[in-house]
Design a protein around this ligand. Sequence first.
Ligand SMILES: [Zn+2]
Length: 291
Amino acid sequence: MSESSFTVMGTSRLGIEPRCQACGAGASLWFSWRHAHERRSPEDLRRISPFEYWRALRRGKLYKCSVCDEVWHLDEDAERMTHVESKRLPLVLDWSREAIVLPAAISDVVQQIGPTPPDVYGNGREHRVAPCAVRTHSGERFDKAMICVQRDAPVKDGLRFRLGSEIAEIAESPFALPRLVREASSRAHEVRMGFSPTLIEMPDGRRFVMNGTTHFFVAPGYAASDARTVAGSYFSEPLSPSFVETLNDVIYFVVDGDPGWVAEPPEITKTNSSLKGWLKKLLGSSPIRRP
Ligand SMILES: [Zn+2]
């Protein structure tokens, strides 16, 4: 299936049959609730009809599918309906119990490390992330962790979330790239489908390529903090640089707050500020968004 009956804006797992034909659970990760409500085509109405309000969170709401009883999350702005896998539901309910604020001593370290900005297409604007190492109150240690400041509940698919209130201590991660390198990776433009390269060089002269926004670098014999960006094109490198590996064991510690990416990612903001007033008005403040 998966060309599925859903043409509303959203994301589905390709080639996966939904467990429930009514809500799409199992295949559909999220869809645009706002778009479906505004357009109200027969298909949109069919898409939104099975959802029944279940309970409120600190921010946002939970719904259940009236057919299969699976849980879905609607954000505070009623933009996006996101499926909540049953194994993630306890975390979402825990998140909702009380505000999650970092002590000043920890926030100061996060500030020093600095966030990795959203990319030039606006991806990542929903949170502010900074790579770090974490020790939790229960004594667990994570060398590849993120402080993830966001307004809504931790429901985004593909990220491994814990609560920021579990953090006892944080420090720089031995695998985190320097701030300037991370910032450079976030400014990379897509030059081929799904390929947004930025070259880095290590002290021995070996080059690697980051694809899109990159926070960590793990390669035997190298320290992430030694990485430096270098000018040049991936395509004109005589020896194809190795890819910086994408990690799937990063733990995101979610913390309350406004991500603070006010209008656009830094690069676009900088350009706009030098534009004449009328041009600024014409271009508006909406970033380019990936479908
Ligand atoms: Zn369902």
